[in-house]
Write a protein of this length. Structure first.
Length: 276
């Protein structure tokens, strides 16, 4: 989900398919909506000069899009050797089975139900294909199975829905948990401070060139929302629906159902910590 807020320096334009870093190329899926922004970013990632590529997020079950991803790789002289998922929401993963048929690849994910093949993904895994190196970073919170992929050579991280290119994301209660999400944001911040990550390659929206600024914005935004929700509860707004109407009054009503999921996650967090 996205709200009408932007981190400092965040681009606001339309997202286009094409190269984003030396190793990552975006193929934008044709599924724009208030929830998916411009559409799902399907990432083709490869080492320069390599004939092998990895695809992250095949996206929705859209035959034209899936074939376009394959064609884009082939036009670059590459064969897709592996498919990865950041999490299981349909706008990211629904096309994975068909994409596996088109490419003959395994699909690796944290959730065993999403995997096609013998291997999953786990914290600390290093993906190596055709000279490419990516590291698996656990980032639960948006969903329990959310992962990010650190691309050290490009000083970049592919974040799925954990950090978006525009606006902020929802915590998908009850599967998503706010405490986990805050820990994940701090983990991403550590990548920017300790590992030199500068660029966010999100699952939706434009590329972010100030990774640290974006993560700091997310942390500050979430702290601000928590304070607003705590105040709303103290003022007598007890149900999630009441809190949404009070706190998210400036957000498009089409996003209120998603906001309610985040509010439920925040109410649980405040209750667990004895703050309400």
């Amino acid at each position: 989900m996205t709200e009408a807020t932007y981190p400092p320096g965040r681009p606001r334009g339309t997202v286009h398919s094409g190269p984003a870093t030396a190793r990552a190329v975006n193929v934008l899926a044709p599924n724009p909506s208030p929830m998916t922004l411009d559409g799902t970013n399907t990432w083709i990632v490869s080492e320069p000069g390599s004939g092998l590529a990895v695809v992250i997020e095949p996206g929705p079950l859209d035959e034209g899009h899936l074939r376009n991803v394959v064609r884009t790789a082939e036009e670059a002289g590459q064969r897709i050797a592996l498919t990865l998922l950041t999490h299981g929401h349909p706008d990211h993963a629904e096309g994975a089975g068909r994409f596996a048929e088109l490419t003959g690849t395994e699909v690796r994910a944290l959730d065993p139900a999403l995997r096609l093949g013998s291997e999953g993904l786990a914290t600390g895994d290093v993906i190596t294909v055709g000279g490419l190196e990516m590291r698996v970073v656990p980032t639960p919170g948006h969903t329990a199975d959310s992962l990010s992929f650190h691309l050290p050579a490009d000083r970049a991280v592919l974040t799925g829905d954990t950090v978006l290119g525009r606006g902020t994301t929802m915590v998908a209660h009850p599967d998503g948990r706010l405490g986990d999400y805050l820990d994940s944001l701090r983990r991403l911040r550590s990548l920017t401070v300790d590992d030199g990550v500068r660029t966010v390659l999100p699952g939706h929206g434009p590329v972010l060139e100030d990774a640290q600024g974006a993560v700091e914005f997310y942390l500050a935004h979430r702290a601000g929302r928590l304070a607003q929700i705590e105040t709303a509860v103290e003022a007598g707004h007890r149900t999630a629906q009441e809190v949404v109407a009070h706190v998210y009054a400036d957000v498009d009503r089409s996003l209120w159902p998603a906001a309610e999921l985040s509010v439920r996650a925040q109410l649980d967090y405040l209750d667990e910590h004895g703050l309400i």
